[in-house]
Ligand binder design. Structure first.
Ligand code: GRF
Length: 211
């Protein structure tokens, strides 16, 4: 198979945010758009959870929101087909996963190849998956952090855009470490989106080069 090569577009992009929870990363991205740092608009805030706090905040900010209940679909494929229709209707250029707690199927990953990014609260490829702040403490690593990466069907394994490092302190709890990491997430996620729509990201296989 030939190596994936892709240059991010230089345009005013349309973003769909996917979230399942409180949405602080969504807010960091939206704030960067409002301040003019990111050349883009949020076309949709989507959630699989009707009660997601981020969805309520998006409504208050007068953003378009959508909730699709997975229980109303026979399969993940059917669910994502409906979702893809909604994304295409709004001509979405980039999907930002921001605490979206549902694994994407290869269908969505392929349909939006190079157009989905995620934030993960650890220094990938170490600690993929869930509960990673606690795992970092349990392993006794001295540093952890956050990673923004492109999404591929291999969960948490796509090309890395930006990372931020924080120390892991001896008396850290899951909460104190998560808070320290989250502060960095709010910097590197908007920054990654900015670079994306300034046409500055070049994917070459597993690597992302700044151009
Ligand atoms: C963050 O820790 C992010 O790294 C992970 O999910 C959490 C979402 O937090 N993917 P928030 O909803 O953006 O506040």
């Amino acid at each position: 198979m030939s190596e994936n090569t892709f240059r991010s577009p230089n345009k005013k992009g349309k973003i769909a945010i996917f979230l399942s929870g409180r949405g602080s990363n969504f807010l960091a991205i939206h704030d960067a758009i409002l301040s003019g740092t990111i050349h883009a608009e949020i076309a949709l805030v989507f959630s699989n959870k009707k009660e997601a706090l981020g969805l309520q905040i998006a409504k208050k900010r007068n953003l378009e929101t959508l909730h699709l209940n997975p229980k109303n679909y026979d399969s993940r494929k059917d669910y994502e087909k409906a979702l893809i229709t909604e994304l295409k209707k709004r001509e979405v250029d980039l999907i930002c996963l921001a605490g979206y707690m549902k694994i994407l199927s290869p269908l969505l990953c392929t349909e939006f190849l190079n157009k989905i990014i995620n934030i993960h609260p650890a220094l990938l490829p170490s600690f993929p998956g869930l509960h990673v702040q606690q795992k970092a403490i349990d392993w006794g690593v001295r540093f952890s952090g956050a990673t923004v990466h492109f999404v591929t069907p291999d969960v948490d394994m796509g090309p890395i855009i930006l990372q931020a490092v924080v120390p892991v302190l001896q008396n850290d709890t899951k909460t104190t470490l998560s808070d320290r990491i989250l502060k960095e997430e709010h910097k590197i996620y908007p920054e990654s989106v900015r670079l994306y729509f300034e046409g500055k990201l070049l994917i070459k296989g597993q690597q992302v080069l700044f151009v």
